[in-house]
Design a protein around this ligand. Structure first.
Ligand SMILES: C[S@@+](CC[C@H](N)C(=O)[O-])C[C@H]1O[C@@H](n2cnc3c(N)ncnc32)[C@H](O)[C@@H]1O
Length: 259
């Protein structure tokens, strides 16, 4: 089980995500890609709780959403139903989903690709996604580069060296603090994280605590460039943020299928 397979995580994801980081420009960035490339259909891969699926559908795009976690898909479906939107979601792995159609745009937003923890899985996923793209179809995905400054601490972090990430109000209106302990393994480039969610009472005392695991793989920029070429894509653009910042550490790749 990984973080997003737990229903308590899926149900709280929308409540804590914006406290974890700044995602300014997120929706606009992908809507602009959708306008440019999404005419023949969009597949939202690792869609999570539909942060993108829903705005894309509302803008009139033809969207199918895929996620490995049934818990996350359940939340997306509930939101689609509540908003009277049609449900086109599939619980499946990006390495082997199989659909009888092609799309002009595939989106893996916010870290979904990093959940693939081996180069083999990454390659299989890229090839599978490519087989679902039209000629000249576009794929966008995120990666983190291993940065020496961050890794030094994480190499020495044990599974119980928790740091506070944020405090937020959960779906039941209770305050929760999120801590994580991330260990980085240079040989595999995998970040193994323990995420701890402490629920507080009105006086700020911890009344319950749950720990959930999360593994993600970091990739070097050059490694990605070779993988992209190997899988029959070419790089159109790379940014570091949704406001089109130049590439640095966090990379948002815009790729075109070439063969
Ligand atoms: C960080 S969340 C991002 C969700 C969404 N794209 C967003 O931006 O809010 C990552 C998602 O990737 C999904 N995921 C992880 N591995 C996957 C795989 N192999 N195939 C499909 N989805 C996967 C997880 O279940 C989780 O919902």
């Amino acid at each position: 089980m990984d973080l997003h397979d737990f229903s308590d995580i899926a149900e709280n994801y929308d409540y804590y995500l914006n406290s974890l980081g700044s995602y300014s420009g997120f929706e606009e960035f992908y809507l602009s890609l959708a306008q440019k490339y999404g005419e023949k259909g969009i597949i939202d891969i690792a869609c999570g709780t539909g942060a993108l699926t829903i705005p894309l559908i509302k803008q009139g795009f033809d969207v199918i959403a895929v996620d490995l976690s049934k818990a996350m898909i359940d939340v997306t479906n509930k939101k689609l139903l509540e908003q009277g939107l049609s449900i086109n979601t599939i619980t499946a792995n990006m390495t082997n989903f199989s659909l009888d159609r092609k799309f002009s745009l595939a989106i893996i937003a916010r870290g979904g690709f990093m959940h693939l923890t081996t180069p083999v899985e990454q390659r299989v996923a890229l090839l599978n996604i490519k087989s679902h793209l039209t000629d000249d179809g576009i794929l966008t995905l995120h990666t983190f580069e291993p940065l020496v400054e961050a890794q030094y601490d994480q190499i020495h972090t044990s599974e119980n060296d928790f740091s506070l990430r944020c405090e937020y109000t959960n779906k039941d209106g209770k305050q929760e603090r999120i801590y994580n302990a991330i260990h980085y393994e240079p040989k595999t480039q995998i970040m193994s994280g323990n995420w701890r969610f402490d629920t507080l009472d009105d006086d700020g005392n911890v009344v319950s605590s749950r720990i959930r695991p999360l593994k993600m793989r970091q990739t070097y920029k050059t490694e990605m460039e070779y993988l992209i070429e190997l899988c029959g894509f070419e790089v159109i653009d790379i940014f570091s943020g949704f406001n089109y910042q130049p590439a640095n550490g966090i990379l948002i790749w815009i790729l075109k299928k070439v063969k």
